[in-house]
Design a protein around this ligand. Structure first.
Ligand SMILES: O=c1ccn([C@@H]2O[C@H](COP(=O)(O)OP(=O)(O)O[C@H]3O[C@H](CO)[C@@H](O)[C@H](O)[C@H]3O)[C@@H](O)[C@H]2O)c(=O)[nH]1
Ligand SMILES: [Mn+2]
Length: 677
């Protein structure tokens, strides 16, 4: 009988999302096979023609051979990433039909760390865009974690809470996209209703001006301070590194006071600055996320958590619903731990001078992850199941009863919650608990996202990648060369450290995730390790040319063919991929240049710092990427000029490198470069 019922249910089942295979994989596999053949010939050549002459010849030959072997191995890893690929298509209308009023609560976590390099006006836009999702407001809550512990940020949030009363009904009425006011007023070409449009725009601009003036003044005027009890908390704050927990529920979505100008309910909005004391490590973003997980569990406790960086505003009001199509699919949804959206950027220029769109990675390679267990967690634009994030292991036949989850109610008043939840965000709360290890985001690494995602997959969950045509989230890509290199150094270093830790995908993931996924993770974790072989190839053959040592076959020899073939086809394939992902030819050339620069600077520094850390000589650190720049810098960025900005040892390296051998060339590059090199 039961069996029959199940059969019936199966027949009626209409999926909420669909999986499609990416085309062109057979062609790719043929190309890969031909490159592999070429590599075999190169290896044969290296062995057969091993020089018998001088010592220098032999050693340089061995060095080159090892570099080539490394590159071949690395190429194999990248080929695994591309072997199969899938895309997912959610059916939002089916979700609404089927679940109507039974949609689950969503807690949105936004993290910020510093009001100077992550301006509150940017943050306000992110928060407003999140509050304006096309989703029942009583089921939506936005939590901000302020690691800067700044009353300026708090003030900006109050302004956001206030403006949301006008902004949300406006978005709803005119179906605004994007729901970030800044982005909307920057790009909206059509005036929906001139009067209303202008008045909301004016309200927004006034608010922005008030926030920016306050930031410039660097203090909150007295009359503003009187408007909210929360400001009094700062009377006891000595510095951003030394203060108690500040928790303020700015909008209590359950209350009757929480209504917009048209009387509709508003989402809950919470401000949290967790406790900080100099003697306790705060574990950067992972620490603040874990504090948010605990605090939110007592206030709204939504079963799904969306996490974004402070600059990543929502660009698509349907994003929550698309992600729910995955989680709530009756057949495949229950095994999904998280749904990741790509990190897209609104400030990219046409030819992406710094290659910061990560185009091929986000549009192609990650589809390979998805075909083999799921994408890595990328820190922003990711929907998690709360229990998965808290360390729950997947059990076969696990089923969520969405109705039951919806029924939880919290009765305490906002002010009681503010007091009772403080302890959850204190420095000592996590002592002798599994937080940071088995629960929540993992500590001890600057790439908490990657390791947390991988451990969720090792707990038996799958993940899914959604990349809708209209981007789900848009953020700020770093706009100077140094910012780019420093960001990549943080990533490469964090990833390599993981490779040498107990979280090495080959060991930690053994028998828990598919082998292919283990190898894909390794590709990223070994980014930094590329620096040595790259340096060798950049420097040694040139020196050998000067010394008359021959390392490659003569043009007339047939052995030259595999070298030419592999180089040419490999690069042509890379170009084709780049264009397929929507890039330009020049963009690809820029990407190649930045690729070489990164490999010889960021990765080199990351490599040696990892070794120092392994030996215990260096400490963990997280350099937050700036999200503002002065006007001149932005202008040069728009003109696609490389910005060197502050001095850095990384630049000394570029100066001496093969790409631009003459220092004068570098100076010229600074001033006049327009990506022609
Ligand atoms: O002590 C800290 C440091 C950072 N952050 C926040 O973490 C986010 C990411 O920092 P950012 O400097 O923008 O790093 P990115 O390199 O742009 O971010 C990517 O890489 C990080 C790991 O290296 C992940 O944490 C991010 O989610 C991911 O988007 C920002 O919102 C910060 O405000 C904190 O909350 N506390
Ligand atoms: Mn960022």
């Amino acid at each position: 009988m039961l069996c029959e019922e199940r059969e019936m249910a199966k027949k009626e089942y209409v999926p909420l999302f669909e999986t499609r295979k990416v085309k062109g994989r057979i062609l790719f596999r043929c190309i890969a096979a031909s490159i592999l053949l070429g590599i075999c010939f190169i290896i044969m050549y290296r062995i057969r023609y091993f020089p018998v002459g001088g010592k220098a010849e032999r050693w340089t030959w061995i060095g080159l051979f090892l570099s080539e072997l490394w590159f071949s191995f690395y190429w194999l890893l990248t080929t695994v990433c591309r072997w199969n690929a899938v895309i997912r298509i959610p059916f939002i209308h089916r979700l609404s039909q089927r679940f109507g009023k039974e949609l689950p609560g969503i807690d949105i976590f936004v993290c910020t760390a510093d009001p100077l390099i992550e301006p509150p006006s940017l943050l306000v836009n992110t928060v407003l865009s999140m509050m304006a999702y096309d989703y029942p407001p009583e089921k939506l809550s936005v939590y901000l974690s302020d690691d800067g512990g700044s009353n300026l940020t708090f003030y900006a949030m109050l302004e956001a809470a206030n403006f949301s009363k006008t902004w949300l009904p406006f978005c709803k009425k005119f179906q605004v996209e994007s729901t970030s006011p800044e982005a909307y007023f920057r790009t909206a070409s059509e005036l929906v209703n001139v009067q209303e449009w202008l008045s909301v725009k004016k309200l927004y601009e006034d608010m922005k001006m008030r926030i920016e003036t306050t930031i410039k003044l660097n203090q909150i005027l007295e009359y503003i301070q009187k408007q909210h009890k929360g400001f009094r908390e700062w009377d006891f704050v000595s510095s951003k590194h030394d203060h108690h927990t500040i928790l303020q529920i700015l909008i209590d979505g359950r209350g009757t006071n929480a209504a917009d100008i048209e009387g509709n309910p508003l989402p809950t909005l919470v401000y949290l600055a967790r406790e900080k004391r100099p003697q306790y490590h705060h574990h950067f973003k992972a620490g603040s996320m874990n504090a948010l997980i605990r605090v939110s569990s007592k206030i709204t406790n939504a079963p799904i958590i969306l996490n974004v960086d402070c600059d990543m505003y929502s660009n698509n009001s349907k994003t929550i619903k698309s992600s729910l199509c995955i989680f709530m699919d009756e057949e495949k949804g229950d095994e999904i731990g998280y749904v990741q959206f790509p990190q897209c950027f609104y400030n990219l220029t046409k030819n992406e001078i710094y290659g910061s769109s990560l185009r091929v990675l986000l549009q192609l390679e990650v589809l390979g992850f998805d075909a083999n267990g799921g994408p890595s967690y990328m820190g922003s634009g990711c929907f998690h199941r709360r229990e998965t994030l808290c360390g729950k292991k997947y059990e076969k036949n696990y089923k969520v009863d969405w109705k039951k989850i919806n029924d939880k109610k919290v009765n305490e008043s906002a002010s009681v919650l503010e007091e009772t939840c403080k302890v959850l965000a204190s420095c000592t709360f996590e002592h002798n608990t599994p937080w940071g290890k088995e629960m929540g985001l993992k500590y001890g690494t600057p790439v908490e996202d990657v390791v947390t995602g991988m451990s969720i997959q090792c707990n038996g969950w799958k993940s899914i990648y959604l990349n809708p045509e209209r981007e789900g989230f848009l953020g700020v890509a770093p706009i100077t060369l140094l910012q780019n290199l420093v960001q990549h150094k943080r990533w490469a270093e964090g990833l390599l450290q993981l490779f040498f830790s107990r979280y090495c995908p080959l060991l930690y993931g053994h028998r828990k995730i598919p082998l292919k996924l283990q190898l894909m993770y390794s590709t990223y974790k070994l980014w930094a390790a590329n620096c040595l072989a790259t340096w060798y190839i950049v420097v040694v053959p040139c020196l050998c040319l000067l010394k008359g040592i021959s390392l490659f076959p003569k043009i007339s020899s047939p052995w030259v063919l595999p070298f030419v073939y592999v180089t040419f086809v490999h690069r042509a394939h890379s170009l084709a991929e780049f264009l397929w992902c929507g890039g330009t030819f020049r963009g690809w050339c820029n990407d190649q240049r930045i690729w070489l620069i990164k490999r010889t600077t960021s990765y080199l520094f990351a490599f040696f710092e990892t070794i120092l850390k392994l030996l215990g000589y260096s400490q963990l650190n997280f350099v937050v990427t700036a999200k503002v720049a002065d006007e001149d810098v932005s202008k040069r960025y728009d003109q696609e000029l490389i910005e060197f900005g502050a001095a850095s040892p990384m630049f000394d390296i570029i100066k001496n490198e093969g790409i631009h051998p003459k220092p004068t060339h570098l100076a010229k590059l600074t001033l006049t470069q327009n990506s022609k090199v």
